[in-house]
Ligand binder design. Sequence first.
Ligand code: PLP
Length: 362
Amino acid sequence: MKRVYNFSAGPAVMPESVLKEAAEEMLDYQGSGMSVMEISHRSSLFQNIIDTAEQDLRDLMNIPDNYKVLFIQGGGHVQFAMVPMNLFVNKVGDYIITGQWAKKAWQEAKMYGTANAIASSADRTFSYIPDCSDLPIDEDADYVYICLNNTIYGTVYHELPDTKGKPLVADISSCFLSEPLDVSKFGILWGGVQKNVGPAGCAIVIIREDLVRKDVLEGTPTMLKYDTYVTSGSLHNTPPVYTIYMCGNVFKWLKAQGGLEEMKKRNEAKAKILYDFLDESKMFKGTVEKKDRSLMNVPFVTGDADLDKKFIKEAEEAGFVNLKGHRSVGGMRASIYNAMPIEGVEKLVGFMREFEKANGGN
Ligand SMILES: *Cc1c(COP(=O)(O)O)cnc(C)c1O
């Protein structure tokens, strides 16, 4: 059997023990004689899977009781629409544009009302997080929206924006469960699970109760109302049962590893290895302002597009795959999510050193 070091931004590496356990349970889940894919979403077996997943997530993130946890199909792009459709009362949303995902959310919201770009780092290719200490927040803003970790550009907010009392909505897709977060500082936290949690197929939405409205924008489809998921326990229709099962298994794995404090420690150690090398290398350079560097997504370049190509090709042959940067940026990007073992990063840096020597660096 072949396993590689997978640095993909998403769908991404999963913990090997979780995959093995899923393989063992594939044909016969807990004596049912069926795979989780084959059991009814109305069965007690599945009810137990989704209830346990929710409780484990609540334990891991310390989610206060006045927040709901929802499992919603459609991934990130559907949340770009659901946020304004459900939160617009004055029909005004304030967006901080730190990359492609924030920009897409902003553009989507414009279809339903006024979406203001109140800060942006577009002037320097999204290589930093703008100063958010005194933003021109619209008095009528229903919320302020951020993308907490910018998967493509490799930046992260180390300090949350001052929203001047407006609810903060955050896309946490690529930093989900990578370190502890104070949920009470947010109105909504949502993440597509295929980056740092599980297989593609759903987004998890953590929403403060008072933001779940019944009087959402006129014409909002039933399946795009948060309230539908709240009142049905995310079981109004057939949910992505296998994805939810796998997410639940990852939550169990995270608890067994020591929870989010431990993940933060490990993620910091992994990122340090890579960033330290980028800072000392004469060939490879990080593309992001140091103070805003992400622990999860690390973009870097050689400054020579042909050399980048050669590196990506040889890295792949050596078992380090999916290192190509996003098509909008070029260069390389190593995504080093929770499930990437520290050896993967150490070996990657070893390979980069060798490549640098072999190609005229020191
Ligand atoms: C990948 C990603 C998205 C888009 O997710 P889809 O499920 O493909 O729609 C949105 N936001 C962030 C931060 C992402 O990394």
